[in-house]
Write a protein that binds this ligand. Structure first.
Ligand SMILES: C[S@@+](CC[C@H](N)C(=O)[O-])C[C@H]1O[C@@H](n2cnc3c(N)ncnc32)[C@H](O)[C@@H]1O
Length: 264
């Protein structure tokens, strides 16, 4: 029997937001503030897991499934943490998607690259649970997911230089100034990406908010670890499935801005 179509797209109401994304080059003081906020765990979606009771235990529904939480890796029930650690310690290529949403891109990629290990982060627990059902339905065995904030998990889980690619597709812009601390891209976040990608690894970013793309380009190209955006590096991605947001953009004739930065 053939697989059900991956892209059973149905219209959804994406928040339009205020759509007035403004940014300026960071002053030294703003840069220092970004590092201080990062150190203090500010802006983590769902708060700091270290302050959440029960973070060292997996929920029942996550046992025996390719699901992990960083502080629950030592939960012996089901052995998820041990299995994931063993897979990460191996030498299969590793790709990470941050904010997978419905997971169309990741599910498709796992099917196209059966030799690659894929990690997906999505802080919405319900979306992560739904995605676990799809992983089982499509019988993908090279894919692990977590509802941890990637900013908390990646430094603790993935060894430096281990990742071949990081995909960040249509991240939330967080328009309001008081929410900016939740926005993924900041100087310490780019340090994190630079640390986890191997030399020659790819940072793959897309957004329909042009000014967010410009901010990302400013931060990444300003970091000595990355080569300037090179559209030709899209070849590394090859064929792919559109994310839900990218479908929505096509339906609404919204342009999409894609960036490809190679780790030096
Ligand atoms: C605008 S949605 C895009 C979803 C999907 N990539 C797409 O294109 O349809 C951004 C997603 O990133 C998730 N997210 C935001 N911050 C995150 C973080 N720090 N770590 C992991 N996921 C995050 C959100 O929960 C949300 O589902």
């Amino acid at each position: 029997m053939g697989e059900k179509p991956l892209l059973d797209y149905h219209a959804t109401s994406f928040s339009q937001g205020r759509m007035d994304f403004a940014w300026e080059e960071l002053s030294e003081a703003e840069c220092a503030q970004a590092y201080a906020d990062w150190q203090a765990g500010k802006g983590l979606i769902g708060g700091d897991p270290r302050l959440r009771p029960g973070s060292d235990q997996l929920p029942e529904w996550g046992l025996e499934r390719p699901f992990f939480r960083t502080l629950a890796l030592d939960d012996r029930r089901g052995g998820n943490g041990a299995r994931l650690r063993a897979e990460l310690a191996g030498d299969r290529p590793l790709e990470v998607e941050i904010g997978f949403g419905r997971g169309d891109f990741l599910l498709d990629r796992a099917g196209r690259r059966p030799q690659t290990l894929l990690l997906g982060y999505e802080t919405k627990t319900k979306a992560t649970r739904l995605f676990l059902e799809r992983i089982a339905r499509f019988d993908r065995t090279n894919l692990w997911v977590s509802d941890d904030d990637c900013r908390f998990s990646l430094p603790r889980l993935v060894a430096d230089g281990r990742a071949d690619a990081v995909h960040i597709l249509f991240p939330d812009p967080w328009w309001k100034p008081q929410h900016r601390v939740k926005r993924l891209f900041s100087p310490p976040f780019v340090d994190l990406l630079a640390a986890k990608l191997r030399a020659g690894g790819l940072l793959h970013f897309k957004s329909d908010v042009e000014a967010y793309g410009e901010l990302v380009r400013y931060l990444v190209e300003g970091h000595g670890a990355f080569a300037p955006h090179d559209p030709a590096q899209a070849a590394i991605i090859g064929e792919f499935a559109l994310t839900h947001r990218e479908h929505w953009c096509r339906r609404h004739n919204r342009p999409v801005f894609a960036y490809y930065f190679v780790r030096r």
